[in-house]
Design a protein around this ligand. Structure first.
Ligand SMILES: CCCCCCC[C@@H](O)CC(=O)SCCNC(=O)CCNC(=O)[C@H](O)C(C)(C)COP(=O)(O)OP(=O)(O)OC[C@H]1O[C@@H](n2cnc3c(N)ncnc32)[C@H](O)[C@@H]1OP(=O)(O)O
Length: 723
């Protein structure tokens, strides 16, 4: 990068006899600026005189630069600027650095302590800048640096006068950055922490040594350069580090339910948590935006209040991006083992998209008090007594994109009395850019909290639907992973019931149970592959009841019945034959039968007509005949055998445990490497006419996982096949 120079520029640095000011003056002088080295030459309380400025001027001149000393007080700022104009004919850069301390605990602080500190810091900066402003405007160029302090931004014991003045400088810079904008006058604030006369016996000696002003000077010099375009910034710098600080505002909260309601002290108290909640807080850059923001909030509030029911709504926001979609897909059993799942797992896939059940998540506002507040007197709901009972989602219009932000309105429509237990029905309306995009409904089963004399049923509940009384039209089997709940938690449901053995035992479960939405996600993926062409935008609605808990590691069998555009389904556990999801259905826009179904979700295809059966028998024999070679590879491989781009069979070669070869579902799901290869290519590899390495390089074998291991397997496969 070219050296940043200040040739032809005139800089005034106040308080430049030592410390930071001296470092600024020396640096600017060494880069071609003509410098006015201002210093009153006093100790840090503003008392005493010395000629520090002369020494700095000499140092600049000795190195071939130009500088002049100035001993005026910043309170008479016009005299300092006059020194610049008289000696150099102009002024381009003004660094308001001069300062003094008069530290006292607040009650002991005298008027004089207050006035003196304000006079030097705030009034001084006002005076110098106001006089220089005229020249800056005329020449349409000016760079001003104000010096604030963390004692101003954050407060510091014994520095009430100094903190107030330092925060005052931030306000001064903010306004001047606006007034100076059209004249190319940039006004910024530095918050330095450095060794100086002000800090010399305040900082511990080691730190004092390390906090060299020379580490901050380049930051201030860059902010004073003609190429520096920002204005109104607060830059904190120390020890060779720089950071930007700014004020942010919370999302805020309306202090009443309806625009016609009064605001009371009690309603303010009630809403205080939302007022000070900094989730989703943001920076407002311009004062005009504050008004726009308030007007928008008011409009939004008025629109929302029209939606309000007799029960209070809880509003929330939900932001998501491709990483969330991938994390979620992993949580509901999508896997790179299935080529057709890649579109849910790889953000750069040409057809990357969200899985349909992902959009249930915005409505699951875990921190919402909406359920606990709706419970009848004497009844309570919290993580210790709730189970997810039923779930409904409806896509109102377009299927949402791969990233976005939703505003969600959550409200309880009914609390049903089911005898021993209660069921809270929670509706969520999910908006994007003020348009309703999704509706969801959760039934939350609240154990042991019934018997309050409430209604048993609700007309506002999306009902479950019985499946037809015939054999299912399709079945898909998939084992959940032992870590399924741990993985699913990453999508936001941190209920300890799914991870903490003690909580699970206390709730009467043998071990942590799987999230209901995780099991539902598996089954809906099966339907997606079987009847929706693997295209989530084909979905209109989903409804399910969680009939029994699922334990991570259990195997789900999704049974499906196609009736027009509705797929009824239920999900059973392979281990116990019990129904865990009941009365469920998916409504589709279009039915696409057997659309790109994935291997792990298929029961093993009949193998009789597959050319590779005998091939794999040969490979197995070959591996058995070459046990040493096989052991040296020692890994688990999955082979997806594809025909016409569709996976028709899967083989697992487990070289670690007894050299077994078997087909069908992967036993463990813990393959080190997955290879996808067409049947014909596999035959060629086996026949020795196609080397596995060449096949890989030509893209004929797709490998997910450990490529080195897969390449090692090549010769082994060949040796086995040749037998
Ligand atoms: C807003 C954000 C909030 C976030 C909350 C979600 C946080 C998540 O972390 C929580 C979870 O994921 S928990 C895991 C998933 N859920 C489960 O495992 C529950 C499985 N279901 C059960 O165990 C039983 O059905 C059980 C125990 C629920 C009911 O069994 P029984 O007590 O034996 O009930 P039963 O005698 O069969 O029926 C009594 C009445 O209740 C109705 N009912 C039954 N199951 C229901 C269910 N799952 N959902 C809703 N209602 C249900 C019955 O219809 C019956 O009513 P009625 O007599 O009027 O017909």
């Amino acid at each position: 990068m070219d050296q940043l120079r200040f040739d032809g520029r005139v800089a005034v640095v106040t308080g430049a006899g030592g410390g930071l000011g001296k470092a600024y003056a020396l640096l600017l002088g060494s880069r071609g600026a003509k410098v006015v080295v201002n210093d009153l030459g006093s100790a840090r309380d503003g008392v005493g005189k010395s000629n520090f400025a002369d020494a700095v001027v000499k140092e600049i001149k000795d190195k071939g630069g130009e500088a002049v000393a100035d001993y005026n007080s910043v309170v008479e700022g016009e005299k300092i600027i006059k020194t610049a104009l008289d000696n150099f004919g102009r002024i381009d850069i003004l660094i308001n650095n001069a300062g003094i301390l008069r530290d006292k605990s607040f009650q002991k602080m005298s008027d004089q302590d207050w006035d003196l500190v304000h006079a030097v810091h705030l009034k001084g900066a006002f005076k110098t800048t106001q006089v220089a402003w005229e020249t800056f405007k005329k020449q349409k160029f000016g760079r001003v640096i104000m010096t604030s302090s963390n004692a101003g931004l954050l407060g510091n014991f014994g520095q009430a006068n100094y903190s107030a003045a330092k925060m005052g400088l931030v306000g001064l810079a903010s306004t001047l950055s606006i007034e100076g904008a059209k004249y190319n006058i940039k006004v910024n604030t530095i918050v330095p922490t450095a060794a100086s006369r002000l800090t010399e016996d305040i900082l511990p000696p080691d730190m004092y040594q390390a906090m060299k002003p020379e580490l901050i000077a380049p930051v201030v010099a860059y902010m004073s350069h003609e190429s520096f375009e920002d204005s109104g910034l607060i830059i904190d710098s120390t020890l060779g580090f720089a950071t930007k600080a700014h004020l942010i505002r919370s999302q805020g909260a309306p202090l009443r339910r309806k625009p016609t309601d009064p605001v009371t002290i009690e309603s303010v108290k009630e809403k205080w948590g939302e007022v000070v909640n900094m989730n989703g807080a943001r920076r407002i850059d311009k004062i005009a935006e504050v008004t726009v923001d308030l007007v928008e909030k008011l409009q939004e509030f008025e629109e929302r209040s029209k939606l309000d029911t007799d029960r209070e709504s809880y509003w929330a926001t939900y932001k998501y991006n491709s990483k969330d979609l991938v994390c979620y897909a992993l949580g509901i059993g999508a896997s790179v083992v299935n080529e057709s799942d890649l579109r849910f797992l790889y953000e750069s896939h040409e057809n990357f998209t969200a899985l349909p059940t992902f959009f249930i998540l915005p409505g699951m506002v875990m921190e919402s008090p909406v359920i606990s507040q709706a419970m009848p007197p004497g009844k309570h709901a919290d993580f210790t007594n709730i189970l997810h009972g039923e779930q409904y989602i409806e896509f109102v219009d377009q299927f949402p994109g791969n990233e976005g932000e939703f505003t969600i309105r959550n409200y309880v429509v009914d609390v049903l009395d089911k005898g021993s237990s209660a069921v809270a029905i929670v509706n969520s309306e999910v908006f994007q850019d003020r348009q309703l995009v999704l509706r969801t409904q959760q039934h939350i089963f609240v154990l042991g909290q019934g018997g309050f004399g409430g209604a048993r049923n609700s007309s506002r509940a999306a009902g479950v639907q019985s499946a037809p009384r015939r054999e299912p039209d399709a079945r898909v089997t998939q084992r959940t992973a032992d870590d399924q709940a741990a993985l699913y938690r990453l999508s936001g449901d941190l209920n300890p019931l799914h991870i903490d053995p003690n909580v699970a035992t206390a709730s009467g479960h043998p071990k942590p149970i799987l999230h209901g939405l995780a099991s539902l996600g598996f089954s809906v993926r099966h339907i997606l592959a079987k009847y929706a062409g693997n295209d989530p935008s084909n979905f209109k609605a989903i409804k399910a009841r969680f009939a029994k808990p699922v334990l991570p590691g259990q195997t789900l069998i999704t049974e499906m019945w196609l009736e027009g555009k509705r797929v009824h389904f239920q999900t059973k556990l392979k281990e116990t034959d019990s129904v865990v999801i009941a009365g469920a259905y998916v409504d589709l826009k279009n039915v696409v039968k057997d659309g790109n179904s994935s291997p792990t979700t298929q029961s093993a295809p009949s193998s009789s007509n597959l050319k590779s059966d005998s091939l794999f028998a040969k490979i197995e024999d070959g591996i058995k005949a070459n046990p040493d070679k096989a052991k040296s590879v020692g890994a688990v491989f999955l082979y997806n055998i594809t025909e016409n781009g569709k996976t028709v069979k899967q083989w697992t070669l487990d070289l670690k445990s007894g050299l077994t070869v078997y087909q069908g579902e992967p036993k463990t799901g813990k393959a080190d490497t997955t290879m996808t290869v067409s049947d014909n290519d596999l035959m060629d590899i086996a026949a020795g006419t196609l080397s596995p390495q060449v096949a890989y390089l030509k893209g004929k074998i797709k490998i997910a996982g450990n490529i080195m291991l897969a390449q090692k397997l090549g010769p082994l496969l060949k040796s086995g096949a040749k037998l």
